[in-house]
Design a protein around this ligand. Structure first.
Ligand code: SF4
Ligand code: SF4
Length: 506
């Protein structure tokens, strides 16, 4: 562990092991997770595995009570308290003086420059998932302020072509670009996708730039022809699937109202057979349906390469997870975290991307997120009518429109979001997890508070912080080589539509 080398007052110790004088703490988060005691220094981003006595000392200093009184009663022997105090002093966590002098916040890298384009090739879909925010059938979304399924028409070739031209031009000197096909169900517009890919390949040759493609699909359109095309063009493909047949069919239904599992699996298996261990799954969990181990078991048995589980929270009415569901979600996440550690120790990957993304992040101390995702800064969605939005979930919301192909890209919102870093948002700037979280999903903030600057402390932040804690505990349990393996697996199968400043990550 790195040592802080500055000379500092260490003081004399009283008979109970407590140092004389007044002390305060640097900004730290101390917690117990997965049976491990972890101390996270927010400013240095160092994460330490510690002991109950270190946590007791931290609690005592934090409560501003007389430390010796707090630790009295023989809970810990004097030499242990003294050692814990020394460790905290050496690491720059326990500092002399009654209160902290406000420290300058680190300068955050605020990345700007469009290089990812989400093409909303259609709003039509061959399914009617009950929780879809793009659904025309408002089941479960009665209180949603916005439904983007209003226009069913597919994107015209003209709009798609102009969108690609925009991407190549707006990306300036940047060489690595990406195009994400989104919908509705994007494979409904397969012919347009083929046309776009051919056009992009020509532009790559002309400009020397490179474009990575991805598609997020319900799997129904994965015919042999489509799978062959995805493989030939190296297009990554994320599948929306909710677990075993009974769980999947509860919400993911066809237009007839029947469950879609059997239809979906025909195509999904075709793709997995060709890309074993490399296809990402995206799972949605609704109220009363929290059974993460069953979902993970099933999807791993099918050969998926990663599993991302997203709970419905916020404004989805009866579908949103309540407190009991959230608790269950957390408990089960911890079971999966233990399982992940056991499995990788046996030499097998379990790429539970909710946690692995943070394990990957924690490996690299000193990389602080300013924002959660690249929406509006490095990433924009192009709707069928030629208008730009920060991402697919904002499409149709006039307030978040960012110009269009005819009038030009309007960077007003881009500049606003750029300056809304975690250190500029009221709840985030006080949050220990801020530089690892980046501030949460913009659209979720708008749904819950109607304000980009606010956070959903009750649900979203609670889960994000819990997942980061789990990841820190996993980090302590794994060898460096295991973390490298997990990280590589994550990068191979990251979700296509969440692109942050660290590259592809959720
Ligand atoms: S967990 Fe919540 S409060 Fe903390 S940084 Fe993320 S969005 Fe902000
Ligand atoms: S995290 Fe939220 S704002 Fe960012 S791309 Fe995803 S849906 Fe959009």
């Amino acid at each position: 562990m790195p040592r802080v080398k500055t000379a500092r007052m260490r003081g004399h110790f009283g008979g109970d092991g407590w140092p004389d004088g007044q002390w305060h703490l640097a900004e730290v988060h101390a917690f117990e997770r997965l049976g491990r005691h972890i101390l996270f220094d927010v400013s240095s981003m160092n994460c330490y595995e510690t002991t109950p006595v270190v946590h007791a000392v931290v609690d005592a200093v934090r409560s501003k009570a007389d430390g010796s009184a707090q630790l009295a009663g023989g809970r810990f022997p004097r030499h242990q308290i003294k050692q814990a105090v020394r460790q905290l002093q050496d690491r720059g966590i326990l500092l002399p003086g009654a209160q902290s002098v406000p420290r300058a916040r680190p300068k955050l890298a605020k990345r700007l420059g469009i290089r990812h384009l989400e093409l909303m090739v259609t709003h039509a879909c061959n399914m009617r998932c009950r929780y879809c925010y793009g659904s025309d059938d408002r089941d479960g979304w009665q209180e949603a302020t916005h439904l983007y399924g209003a226009r069913q028409a597919g994107m015209t070739w003209e709009t798609a072509r102009k969108g690609i031209d925009f991407l190549f031009q707006a990306s300036g000197a940047q060489k690595d670009l990406s195009v994400i096909f989104f919908g509705g169900e994007p494979l409904v517009e397969f012919d347009l996708i083929v046309q776009v890919v051919a056009y992009v390949r020509d532009k790559e040759r002309e400009t020397g730039k490179q474009v990575g493609f991805s598609v997020s699909t319900n799997g129904i359109g994965l015919s042999q022809k489509v799978v062959d095309f995805l493989l030939a063009e190296n297009i990554s493909c994320q599948i929306s699937i909710d677990g075993p047949p009974a769980m999947h069919d509860r919400n993911r239904v066809l237009a007839t109202g029947q469950g879609s599992y059997d239809r979906v699996m025909l195509g999904v298996q075709r793709l997995i057979d060709k890309r074993p261990g490399r296809v990402p799954a995206r799972v949605t969990v609704t109220a009363g349906q929290v059974d993460l181990p069953a979902v993970a078991d099933h999807l791993m048995s099918l050969g998926f390469g990663s599993i991302h589980i997203e709970p419905v929270i916020g404004t989805a009415g009866a579908l949103s997870l309540g407190n009991a569901d959230l608790q269950q979600f957390e408990t089960q996440t911890e079971h999966l975290a233990h399982y992940l550690v056991r499995r990788i120790k046996d030499g097998r990957i379990f790429n539970f991307s909710n946690l692995v993304r943070h394990v990957r992040q924690i490996r690299v101390v000193d990389q602080r997120l300013a924002h959660f995702c690249g929406a509006a800064r490095t990433y924009v969605a192009l709707a069928q009518d030629g208008a730009f939005y920060p991402c697919h979930r904002f499409v149709g919301m006039a307030e978040y429109r960012m110009g269009d192909l005819e009038q030009g890209f309007d960077d007003t919102l881009q500049r606003r979001i750029l300056d809304l870093t975690v250190d500029d948002r009221p709840e985030c700037r006080e949050c220990w997890a801020r530089y690892l979280c980046g501030g949460g999903c913009w659209k979720h903030s708008v749904d819950v508070h109607g304000d980009l600057a606010r956070s959903d402390l009750e649900s979203s932040c609670r889960l994000i912080r819990h997942q980061i804690e789990c990841a820190m505990a996993i980090n302590g349990a794994l060898k460096v080589s295991d973390k490298e393996l997990l990280s590589e697996a994550y990068e191979r199968t990251a979700e296509p539509y969440r692109i942050s400043e660290q590259g592809r990550q959720s």
